[in-house]
Write a protein that binds this ligand. Structure first.
Ligand code: GRF
Length: 204
């Protein structure tokens, strides 16, 4: 088995990154985490990745100013330098342009803390509580140019409990994230789910 070389892109604490690293430690896992890349030099996840013996890189977006494509060219070069096959966005807080998304089409996943297509964007837990949802959850999807809109690979839900706060709900959803992201990456790395197949399934 040739294991796919995966880059995990982060901006912060990297708990989903850690879940992927732990899953990829299993000998039968079809992917290896070959690189953890952050746009934030101080991201806590970078230290966690180094402790796990994973190569890390920082591409700080700030020196590029408004030039998003120049930033993304630097990202793309770093990914190619590490011979990356698949990209997992895991709390990566930069919007990506169609140029970059198209280059990695079918090879880039994101995790979103809501049951897409509900609650795209930020503050999903607060919005789910405000909407009085009985269930909430997380989704792994292929990345397409439109934000939080790509075909779904996996999603799962948890109950919203009486007295839940944004924090308690976020913690319950995070457990789902840590479970489904490694499962989704496995499906994609094994070629059992492709963008084309997920697109057909999403359209019904
Ligand atoms: C997660 O909730 C993820 O779904 C969202 O940002 C958060 C990142 O958390 N996109 P972590 O850095 O993986 O701990």
């Amino acid at each position: 088995m040739t294991r796919k070389r995966v880059a995990v892109l982060i901006s912060g604490r990297g708990s989903n990154m850690t879940a992927l690293i732990e899953a990829a430690a299993a000998p039968d896992y079809p992917a290896q985490i070959a690189l953890v890349l952050s746009n934030e030099p101080d991201a806590a996840g970078l230290g966690r990745a180094r402790l796990a013996g994973i190569a890390t890189a920082v591409v700080d977006h700030r020196p590029f100013g408004q030039d998003r494509e120049a930033f993304e060219r630097a990202l793309d070069e770093t990914l190619h330098a590490h011979r990356i096959d698949l990209v997992c966005l895991a709390g990566f807080m930069r919007l990506l342009t169609p140029w970059f998304v198209t280059r990695w089409s079918g090879r880039m996943l994101n995790i979103h803390p809501a049951l897409l297509p509900q609650f795209k964007g930020l503050h999903t837990h607060r919005r789910a509580l405000e909407a009085g949802m009985q269930r909430h959850g997380a989704t792994v999807h292929f990345v397409v140019p439109e934000m939080d809109s790509g075909p779904i690979v996996l999603q799962d839900s948890v109950p919203v409990r009486e007295g839940d706060t944004e924090q308690t709900l976020a913690a319950r959803v995070l457990e789902v994230e840590h479970r489904i992201y490694p499962q989704a990456l496995r499906l994609v790395a094994e070629g059992r789910v492709t963008l084309a197949a997920a697109t057909t399934a999403t359209r019904g």
